[in-house]
Ligand binder design. Structure first.
Ligand SMILES: Nc1nc2c(ncn2[C@@H]2O[C@H](COP(=O)(O)OP(=O)(O)O)[C@@H](O)[C@H]2O)c(=O)[nH]1
Ligand SMILES: [Mg+2]
Length: 309
């Protein structure tokens, strides 16, 4: 059961999540080599453009291409180019990769944050499913009290998953909901509590202050909580998403990023910028709207899939 689940996630992530980016990168690189043999140094401009258009960012792309220009005056073979790019891009990711922190004394508390519409609520459900498949008990906290629809949406997922979502309805204090939910998780011995939050608030409330308050309240009730603060970032927003990550990290000290909607864009390179320039690990990716469209992020598989035909 668990194995089938993992295989499905892995296939989804590689095929579905990276299809557009793969067409953009390996598809076009292949075209440059279509005549066979080596490519000339002047073709490196086209390779540079291809990598930039996938949002790999100038600070990553330019040094790579400069190195090839300086060191391959007689041209480069296809395989040589691919293995160089694979090795170098993979080395930009954090090498010592940890999975999500577990609070063995229980519960493990996770806060999901991000701007409106990035996919937080959907990702809360995907992560709950991920834990359920590992035999863990999961509870949700409906801390997006901005609209009644937000609570309803989380409740629909909770019902489908057969788990409980603690809620107080629209307009309630999000920190009070978090407090209630943590109390409930502690008293029931729940393994994992995932808190959904709002991406915007009512007039005059400051989103970051509200999120910090939720975090403080959780930490007061249970030492070390929240154990993970995960930002959901919509891959389609590219560079804008990168700025969001920077802002959330400054305020909330993120423990990781989940990149959603990777299926909808060729700009998968944003994943590299987040790790390299912000030094925040990308822990999972979302590759569609259904609950299984989700996978643990692996830099090796990511780079291989993007570059190899
Ligand atoms: N294609 C695609 N759509 C997604 C993904 N994750 C979420 N969505 C969709 O994005 C929209 C907003 O998601 P929601 O979870 O409500 O975002 P929230 O406002 O951050 O809670 C919904 O229509 C989701 O189905 C994903 O990985 N891929
Ligand atoms: Mg939501």
């Amino acid at each position: 059961m668990l194995t089938a689940y993992w295989i499905r996630l892995k296939m989804n992530w590689l095929k579905k999540g990276l299809k557009k980016a793969k067409d953009q990168i390996s598809g076009q690189i292949k075209n440059i080599f279509s005549g066979g043999g080596k490519i000339a140094p002047e073709d490196l401009d086209s390779i540079e453009e291809i990598l930039l258009s996938a949002d790999l960012g100038p600070s990553t792309v330019i040094p790579l291409i400069d190195h090839l220009r300086d060191n391959s005056p007689k041209g480069i073979e296809y395989n040589e180019l691919l293995s160089y790019l694979e090795k170098e891009i993979e080395s930009l990711f954090q090498q010592d990769r940890k999975s999500l922190i577990q609070n063995s004394a229980g519960p493990t508390v996770i806060m999901m944050v991000g701007v409106n519409g990035t996919g937080k609520t959907t990702t809360v459900a995907k992560l709950a499913q991920y834990y359920k498949q590992q035999g863990k008990s999961v509870m949700l906290a409906s801390c997006d009290t901005f609209r009644a629809a937000a609570t309803d949406q989380l409740q629909v997922w909770a019902d489908r998953l057969g788990i409980e979502a603690i809620q107080q309805g629209a307009g309630a204090d999000p920190a009070a909901v978090a407090f209630d939910a943590l109390k409930a998780a502690l008293s029931r011995g729940t393994d994992v509590l995932i808190c959904d939050t709002a991406g915007r608030l009512h007039n005059k409330s400051n989103l970051m202050e509200e999120l910090k308050k939720i975090s403080r309240v959780l930490g007061k009730e249970l030492e070390g909580a929240p154990h993970e603060t995960l930002l959901v970032l919509d891959a389609v927003t590219g560079q804008n998403g990168f700025i969001q990550a920077e802002q959330f990290h400054k305020e909330l000290n993120l423990s990781g990023v989940i990149v959603s909607k990777l299926d909808g864009t060729a700009k998968a390179g944003v994943v590299v910028s987040i790790e390299k320039d912000l030094q925040i690990p990308v822990k999972f990716v979302g590759v569609g709207e259904s609950i299984d469209d989700f996978a643990l992020f692996s830099p090796k598989e990511f780079v291989k899939e993007l570059l190899e035909v």
